[in-house]
Design a protein around this ligand. Structure first.
Ligand code: SF4
Length: 333
């Protein structure tokens, strides 16, 4: 993992860079290592330290983030970088409490940075650690109710010596050996101490309370392209889902939301529906398309010239809409 320090460097006294640890932890929240790697390398090449990121253009950072999802995190990333520069002289605070006070840094991320970058005896508990603790101690109470007990068990195991290496070792054990469906108990370094293995119930832990069904929400997105190839886009409201990201003008996604097109032209219904799943709901967007005249004045949003239009800067759901309607437009220009 490109944000890790290897054993040789570690032995030579090299410490992980708190900026890189922070960036990787924010990116890794609910995303896999494989998905994050490329984003991390691009970010650190373009913005090698927190001062560079703090000085970055918001839209460029959001565009690089596109595809990682959870855009509020990208906004908090920028806010946090700017607070570190403006209020902490460009150095991340060295304590869990100091880190917790930064925008977008929750208890897990603060503990991870404190442990990994500063070798503080912080208790780092992510999904991997929860699973390892539940199995080591055969905790059968389902999640999320079991969480406090699992945190307490992780705290009991956190050593005073090299707590950062310990935290990463337990996370790695969960990610590579004590995996969700088929734990490789036969090669596990802690197999002799594992209660779930002894009881033969490892693969069934941790138990989970059944999840509530995600509701389905619906809306309309209007996609207009002028003859010169310019697309009509608007920035979404700063607060809320996909806040501040560019998107197609649309209706709200709540029942009864107004359905007012952004442009007074003839809209066509190509009969296309785009489906996308967010954390808390499924979205079904019905699309409308139009090819307005060059002088058309939108009531919302603005036309982005073809040369400046970057589909990769759109959030995934908006890119899906664009891909779905492209076959209905003739060649531009
Ligand atoms: Fe996980 Fe098996 Fe190791 Fe127990 S012995 S910690 S269940 S891999």
């Amino acid at each position: 993992m490109p944000w890790r320090i290897g054993p040789m460097e570690r032995a030579a006294g090299v410490r992980p860079d708190p900026y890189r640890v922070w960036l990787s932890e924010v990116m890794l929240q609910q995303t896999t290592v494989a998905a994050v790697r490329g984003y991390f390398l691009r970010f650190t090449e373009r913005w090698p330290d927190v001062a560079a990121l703090a000085a970055a253009d918001d839209a460029e950072v959001m565009a690089e983030w596109a595809g990682l999802g959870y855009y509020a995190r990208a906004r908090n990333l920028l806010k946090c970088a700017r607070v570190v520069v403006a209020e902490h002289g460009g150095r991340f605070p060295g304590t869990e409490a100091g880190l917790r006070a930064l925008p977008g840094v929750g208890p897990y991320t603060a503990a991870a940075i404190a442990a990994i970058a500063y070798d503080a005896p912080a208790v780092v508990v992510d999904g991997n650690v929860e699973r390892v603790m539940a199995r080591l101690h055969a905790v059968e109470v389902p999640l999320p109710a079991a969480r406090p007990e699992l945190v307490a068990l992780a705290a009991r195991l956190t050593p005073a010596l090299r707590p950062g290496d310990h935290a990463q070792a337990v996370m790695d054990l969960g990610a590579t050996i004590c995996t969700p469906r088929s734990p490789a108990c036969g090669i596990c370094p802690v197999m002799d101490d594992c209660e779930a293995r002894a009881l033969g119930i490892a693969a069934g832990l941790p138990r989970r309370a059944p999840k509530a069904e995600r509701p389905v929400r619906q809306g309309i997105a209007w996609l207009a392209r002028r003859g010169d190839g310019a697309w009509l886009l608007e920035d979404r409201p700063a607060r809320g889902l996909l806040g501040g990201m560019p998107g197609w003008p649309g209706s709200g996604w709540e029942a009864g939301a107004p359905e007012t097109p952004p442009l007074d032209v003839r809209w066509h219904d190509p009969g296309v529906e785009v489906r996308h799943t967010f954390t808390h709901f499924h979205l079904r967007l019905s699309l409308r398309i139009a090819e307005p005249d060059p002088g058309a004045m939108p009531a919302r949003g603005r036309f982005i010239p073809a040369a400046d239009f970057r589909p990769s800067a759109l959030p995934t759901v908006m890119r899906k809409c664009w891909e779905a309607v492209l076959p209905f437009f003739g060649p531009a220009g």
